[in-house]
Design a protein around this ligand. Structure first.
Ligand SMILES: *[C@@H]1O[C@H](CO)[C@@H](O)[C@H](O)[C@H]1NC(C)=O
Ligand SMILES: *[C@@H]1O[C@H](CO)[C@@H](O)[C@H](O)[C@H]1NC(C)=O
Ligand SMILES: *[C@@H]1O[C@H](CO)[C@@H](O)[C@H](O)[C@H]1NC(C)=O
Ligand SMILES: *[C@@H]1O[C@H](CO)[C@@H](O)[C@H](O)[C@H]1NC(C)=O
Ligand SMILES: *[C@@H]1O[C@H](CO)[C@@H](O)[C@H](O)[C@H]1NC(C)=O
Ligand SMILES: *[C@@H]1O[C@H](CO)[C@@H](O)[C@H](O)[C@H]1NC(C)=O
Ligand SMILES: *[C@@H]1O[C@H](CO)[C@@H](O)[C@H](O)[C@H]1NC(C)=O
Ligand SMILES: *[C@@H]1O[C@H](CO)[C@@H](O)[C@H](O)[C@H]1NC(C)=O
Length: 462
């Protein structure tokens, strides 16, 4: 209870206090007068006119409008510049040629602007009506000379060898105030880095030591509140390399460090490495334990028919005569004959070869089968006929079967057909003389002999 009695007056006092602050803060707005400025900071160029725009508005009937401009610099008393009531201007006679105002327009024109004009400008507007309304604004003015074009120089002008030398870049500007320097490499700001350092003002950049990565287009961008100018691009000379030495060829198959070339083909090898200044290249051929320098320059042509060995080892050497560093790469050229190469290529796709083999085998087997069929088919016919004959005849025929093995041609059919009666008339005339001298019983056996053998053999039988 005692606490509440104590709290009530305290809270009301705090409330009144806050109300007063609030009233003070919004007094201008409540009264209906509002003064605004587009920017609280205005950057001016020395020697030129500077315009400080001000807007104001109010909602009460006014019997008079008063505008006052004051100027203040740090550590000095504020100075009266000029003022107006209604549309009549009352300047400070000391500055009357410098400041211009056209009331009721409250904007101020400063012409010409000098370095001494730098500071804060305060504008105060008073409205006379049912009481007096008042409001003010402050504008900070800076005065600068515009930046002239910077010039960048690098030292040493002859350039530097990477990891050995250092490069110093300096940015020089003839004119301008409040200069801010920024170093740019290939259009992007250069950051602080293990081998980059800057002078306190940033107008000097040290690269200690230089590396290949520092190669690029450098420029210096200088700015101040009223201007910004970039220097021309410079490219410090940085010697590096050789790096990434490799050999390539226009033709041939490259697998690792081995080139496979068709016999009879000329092949051009190209040796390249990243280096500044460009490398000098030399080519070395190795055979047995001896090496020969065969050419200088980045390219080597090998005519494979002139190569004595089928496999040859080569070395390409790259040398940077400024950094004093060298690199070399070894490679082997294997010369293959075209046929072997093609066969090797076909070997990769087995199916055509397999199918050709399959077809060939099939043809061979089927021809053999046909041959065998042709050969044994007649025997069946012969046997069928012979089974119907007397045993003696069968045996007789069998004795001659030995001869049939070597022949097995159509002559056999003539023999089979003969036992028919009609067969006699079909007998060729050449066999007729032989048939005359034999009996009907032996007839077919005799005829068989005649067909199987040429007439000269008949003597053997008879
Ligand atoms: C300003 O103008 C108003 C009317 O527009 C007039 O009543 C007032 O007297 C003038 N003030 C002065 C100082 O001339
Ligand atoms: C004040 O005058 C300037 C030119 O002198 C003009 O650009 C500006 O609009 C004027 N402001 C007002 C509020 O009339
Ligand atoms: C002037 O202000 C007083 C009190 O602030 C008010 O009573 C009076 O009506 C106002 N007059 C006009 C013309 O606005
Ligand atoms: C590069 O700078 C380093 C460190 O300041 C110094 O030791 C070295 O001698 C410099 N090299 C050249 C070539 O100036
Ligand atoms: C550097 O500048 C040159 C010409 O000024 C240009 O050809 C080259 O492409 C530039 N390099 C980079 C990395 O921007
Ligand atoms: C100098 O440049 C560096 C990197 O661009 C920056 O971080 C630093 O603020 C600059 N210093 C000055 C004084 O401009
Ligand atoms: C190559 O050198 C080795 C020893 O370095 C030797 O044993 C070999 O006989 C040499 N071969 C030829 C072909 O000279
Ligand atoms: C380095 O080699 C280049 C050719 O790539 C040549 O023009 C230059 O004179 C050589 N410099 C020295 C110091 O040998």
């Amino acid at each position: 209870m005692g606490q509440d009695a104590l709290m009530e007056p305290l809270s009301s006092m705090v409330g009144i206090f806050l109300c007063k602050i609030y009233f003070l803060l919004i007094a201008g707005a409540c009264s209906g007068l509002k003064v605004t400025v587009p920017s609280h900071t205005v950057h001016g160029i020395r020697g030129q006119a500077l315009y400080l725009p001000v807007h104001y508005g109010f909602h009460t009937p006014a019997s008079g409008i008063q505008i006052i401009w004051l100027f203040e610099r740090s550590h000095t008393m504020p100075k009266y510049l000029l003022g107006s009531v209604n549309e009549s201007v009352v300047p400070d006679l000391e500055y009357q040629h410098k400041f211009t105002m056209m009331p009721p327009n409250a904007s101020l024109l400063i012409n010409p602007l000098q370095f001494t004009d730098e500071g804060n400008y305060i504008v105060k507007v008073n409205i006379q009506g049912n009481g007096t309304l008042s409001s003010s604004q402050k504008i900070q003015v800076t005065v600068d000379d515009p930046v002239m074009k910077p010039v960048v120089q690098f030292h040493p002008p002859s350039g530097a060898v990477e990891y050995v030398g250092n490069i110093t870049l300096t940015c020089q500007v003839e004119g301008g105030t409040r200069l801010v320097y920024q170093w740019r490499k290939n259009g992007k700001p250069v950051g602080i880095n293990s081998n980059h350092s800057f002078s306190p003002q940033n107008n000097t950049l040290w690269i200690v030591p230089v590396t290949k990565e520092d190669t690029g287009n450098y420029s210096c961008l200088v700015s101040n509140p009223v201007s910004e100018v970039e220097s021309d691009i410079i490219m410090p000379t940085i010697y590096y390399g050789p790096y990434g030495l490799q050999v390539n060829s226009d033709k041939g198959l490259k697998v690792g460090e081995v080139f496979t070339v068709d016999l009879g083909e000329a092949i051009l090898f190209d040796c390249s490495a990243d280096s500044y200044p460009p490398n000098t290249y030399s080519w070395i051929r190795r055979s047995d334990n001896t090496t020969y320098v065969i050419k200088h320059g980045p390219r080597l042509e090998v005519a494979s028919e002139k190569v004595a060995q089928k496999t040859t080892d080569y070395v390409c050497c790259a040398y940077n005569n400024v950094t004093g560093r060298r690199d070399e790469t070894h490679f082997t050229v294997i010369i293959t004959s075209v046929g072997l190469e093609k066969l090797a290529q076909k070997g990769k796709s087995l199916s055509p070869l397999a199918s050709i083999t399959g077809i060939s085998l099939f043809l061979i087997i089927s021809m053999c089968l046909l041959f065998l069929w042709k050969k044994y088919q007649p025997y069946k016919a012969i046997r069928q006929k012979l089974e119907g004959r007397p045993e003696s005849e069968y045996r007789k025929a069998q004795t001659f079967s030995g001869h049939e093995d070597a022949l097995g041609d159509f002559g056999i059919y003539e023999f089979v057909a003969f036992p028919d009666a009609s067969g006699i008339s079909r007998m060729p005339s050449r066999s007729a003389p032989a048939s005359d001298g034999v009996t009907g019983q032996d007839f077919h056996g005799t005829i068989y002999e005649v067909i199987q053998h040429i007439p000269a053999q008949q003597d053997n039988l008879e």
